[in-house]
Every structure is written in C-alpha cells, then in structure tokens.
Design a protein around this ligand. Structure first.
Ligand code: 13P
Ligand code: SF4
Length: 333
C-alpha cells in the first residue's frame, strides 16, 4: 500500500518538506494517530478539531493535513481562503463511510420531529444536513443545553452515542456507524492484560464499544487521554485507542509505560487506523510540491456545514479542545 515511490529515490524527503513548507507558507498538521515520523515534523500535533482551529489561527497560506479527509474538510470549512491538502485523498474513515448523505437525509426526513446531533467524524455533506456538530469532548455540554423533551438523532457513531446516552440518560435515536479501529479491541485480551498489570488504569476512547468502556478508568477524546496519561499517578497505563498516540505519551513521560490494548489476536496491530496509515512522508512531500490532492468544496456546502460547526463552537466554547467526556470510575476518585 505504501511502497516507496521510485521517482523520489535518493531525494532527502525530510529536507524537501522543510524547504517546501517555508516556500509555500504551509502549516503541517498531524493527528495523534499518524506515524511517529509524521508527528515529529508537524507544526501541530493534536485532535481533529483542535488542529483545524490552530491552523485557522495562523497566517499560513497552505494547510497540509496529515489526518483523514473529514478532518481536512473541517479545516477547509474553517479556513476557506487557505489551500488545504491531504497527502492521500483515499484517507477516509469508516464512520464517514457508514453515513452516506442520501441515506442520512432520508432518515432525517423520516423523523421530522428530531434534531440531528452529529459527530465531527462525518462528511461535509452530512454536517450540512445536521443541526449541531459535536466532538467527543463537547457532546455532553451540548446535550445538557438541549431540552429533555427535544428528540435527537445522534450519528454516525453508535458507540459514542451509546456512551453519551448511558452517561446522560438521554434516549437518542442512534445511527448505526462504527469505527473499525476501536471496534477491534478484544475484551478477553484486555482482561488478560489487566490481570497481568493489576492497578494499571485503562484509558479508552468513547468510539470503543460498551464492553470495552465498561473496563475503562478514564474515557475521553485523544487529547483527554493524553492529558490523563501524563498527569495521573501511576507507572503503567493501558491505552484503548489507536496506538500511535503512545508516541506522544512516551515523548512526554519517558519514565512511564504505556501498553496498547490488544485486538483479538493478542497484539494491537489490528487497531492501527488503515486510513491514517495511507499518509506517508513521501506523499506529504508531493502534496506540498504540487499543492495536490486538494480539498475543494462548493461555497454553499461549506456555509451549510459551517452553520452546524459554529453552533458547537458557540454552545461549547469552554470545552472544545479540552478532550474530556468524563471519568466513569477513576481508581481512587
Ligand atoms: P479525536 O482525536 O477527536 O478524539 O478523534 C479520534 C478519532 O478517531 C479521529 O478519527
Ligand atoms: Fe475513522 Fe476510526 Fe480511523 Fe478515526 S480511527 S479516522 S474514527 S476509522
């Protein structure tokens, strides 16, 4: 899938990226799930919304988004005057794929008395069809502002929706999408790991199914998981999210041990996001050189999608970027 490009043989790709990022006035963003060599050269490493907001605040002319397509689209929605490139346009997301706009529109039409709260892991078209976008860190705050009597469709992640429903007691109509990465963790293997490391807190992303979240000491977005891992006492942590985030943990806390929660085969390779893995340094170099592949979007679509994104930013100004959806049962709390 990612064989070296023979045309680039002998080229110092890292040095060329450094040259081009200056020449192009580009800001390079990397999500926590990107390979370490990409995280290490990025201007900002972070969660999806935070990255787009950081890029928006710069005077860069180009955003090179090492992440997946919906993230780069979010960056374009917030920064229409900047060129946004994604190193590999095939870097999609199973959550986005699970929610085709036509089907989502039909679902909404079938439930006219419901408003649509939509996870940011969705296409620009689905955002445009939604009322309020949420991140895993802002969802609870936003839900608290919606009257109990208001019926809600939550999509596309049924696990995040289920987690929120359990935490808040809200009965929401859940779109049946899932993240193939977080679905792959094995409860049996996780329990074996917990037995091997008694007392090691389990940190989990709310995209995990309930049977994994049931064993978590902390549940939160990537930025919240990272913060918790660095600030909490303890030497060993079990991390139930895409394992590339461990790179930042090990850099910031070299004395602590972070263990990726296993998949069914007992190791965590099946929990690597195959979409994120499509981005490589070589493709980043080509994207900066050619300013392609580029995120393009009709202005009418951008403005419609921005409305629901702006609603989140207004309703959750103080939580957006904080990465926390709660502590279900933190040891010693
Ligand atoms: P956050 O970084 O917003 O927690 O999202 C996790 C994820 O799965 C991104 O695709
Ligand atoms: Fe999508 Fe899951 Fe990959 Fe995130 S980890 S980009 S939710 S498939």
């Amino acid at each position: 899938m990612n064989a070296p490009n023979p045309v680039l043989k002998g080229l110092d790709v890292r040095a060329e990226i450094d040259r081009l990022r200056v020449e192009r006035k580009a800001v390079v963003l990397a999500h926590y799930y990107q390979a370490p060599e990409i995280q290490d050269l990025a201007d900002f490493v972070g969660d999806s919304l935070d990255l787009s907001r950081k890029a928006q605040a710069t005077d860069a002319e180009v955003i090179a988004f090492c992440g997946v397509r919906f993230m780069a689209e979010t960056a374009k929605i917030l920064s229409p005057d900047k060129i946004v490139v994604l190193p590999d346009m095939n870097a999609g997301c199973s959550l986005e794929d699970s929610c085709p706009p036509d089907q989502f529109r039909a679902f909404r039409e079938a439930h006219p008395d419901h408003i649509a709260l939509t996870y940011i892991n969705s296409s620009a078209e689905v955002k445009a069809l939604s009322d309020i976008i949420v991140t895993s860190s802002s969802a609870e705050t936003i839900l608290a502002q919606i009257p109990e009597s208001q019926k809600i469709i939550f999509g596309p992640d049924k696990h995040l929706g289920g987690w929120l429903a359990r935490k808040t007691g809200r009965d929401m109509l859940l779109w049946p999408g899932t993240c193939i990465v977080h679905e792959a963790f094995s409860e049996t293997e996780l329990l074996k790991l917990k037995a091997q490391y008694p007392g090691a807190p389990v940190l989990a992303h709310p995209e995990c199914p309930g049977h994994i979240l049931d064993h978590a000491d902390y549940v939160g977005a990537t930025s919240g998981i990272l913060k918790y891992a660095l600030e909490a006492e303890g030497d060993i942590f079990i991390v139930a999210t895409e394992p590339h985030i461990i790179h930042q943990m090990e850099k910031a806390a070299p004395d602590k041990t972070f263990i990726g929660a296993p998949g069914a085969d007992g190791n965590c390779n099946c929990n690597m996001c195959p979409y994120m893995a499509l981005n490589t340094l070589e493709k980043l170099y080509v994207a900066l050189r050619d300013l392609e592949p580029r995120i393009e979007m009709a202005e009418s679509l951008r403005l419609e999608a921005k409305k629901s994104l702006d609603r989140m930013l207004e309703m959750a100004a103080h939580t957006v970027g904080k990465g926390d959806v709660g502590k279900p049962h933190i040891t010693g709390d």
